[in-house]
Ligand binder design. Sequence first.
Ligand SMILES: [Ca+2]
Ligand SMILES: [Ca+2]
Ligand SMILES: [Ca+2]
Length: 263
Amino acid sequence: MSGAVGSNCGLQAWAKARTRANAGSGSGLRSVLLAAIGAFGLTMAASANVELSLHQVSAPDEVGDTVEVQLIARSDTGSNETMAAASVIITWDVATLDLLGNHTSGAVNLLTSSFPADPFGLNTDLHDGDAIYVAFAPLGNPVVIPPEGALITTYVFEALAVTPGTLVDIPATFGGAVTEVFDGEIAGLVITGALFGGQVEIVDSCPPDLDHNGDVGFGDLIILLASWGPCAPGDCPADLDGNNDVGFGDLIILLDAWGACPG
Ligand SMILES: [Ca+2]
Ligand SMILES: [Ca+2]
Ligand SMILES: [Ca+2]
């Protein structure tokens, strides 16, 4: 076995596994990742682990803004570890966050860093509260994971609603998929450590700005008038005075705030 596995092989392996899954054989993502990093034997238990954690970049974010959540990998051994690949499941509350994608700015050097088509269908819909992110290090150049942590990628969400804290989690398993980190030197060695989700705080410093364009104006007035009348608690952004009804009290608040939002 040459062990020479490039990006195409990795992606082809994903495609093959997907085909097998579609055919009903239920092949696992784990075998796909193992094949892609050149390990075909049994996986081994690790003594040294890589923790994964999620962190909101700038807290809090405004409703309507993009929310950036960093995926940090950290060696728990006190010395550097290496990573060849990782599959990371993330889950979130679709009432407060909508996944827009991810970016690699400032992150470690990776061959692929994305939400590819997966055998479990987690990525068939990226707006339903679950997805699986996959990172492959460049061939022969595993990612160094120091004890102080390394940025793997940044997930980008849209903030949909005010919340003091909504959890973006990294489940160990979900829908048949597994969150796993693979060692960069020993093929097939799983070195997944502790998994820590992260809380995201979303605020709205300018509630009358109903269309989130930075000022209170006719666009917001139209939204308010269009939702005139009784409304359900928690699902009524134009109910500015919180009496479960859009009416003159809310109109007065909006008119008083007319113009640029504070800040
Ligand atoms: Ca999904
Ligand atoms: Ca506005
Ligand atoms: Ca009201």
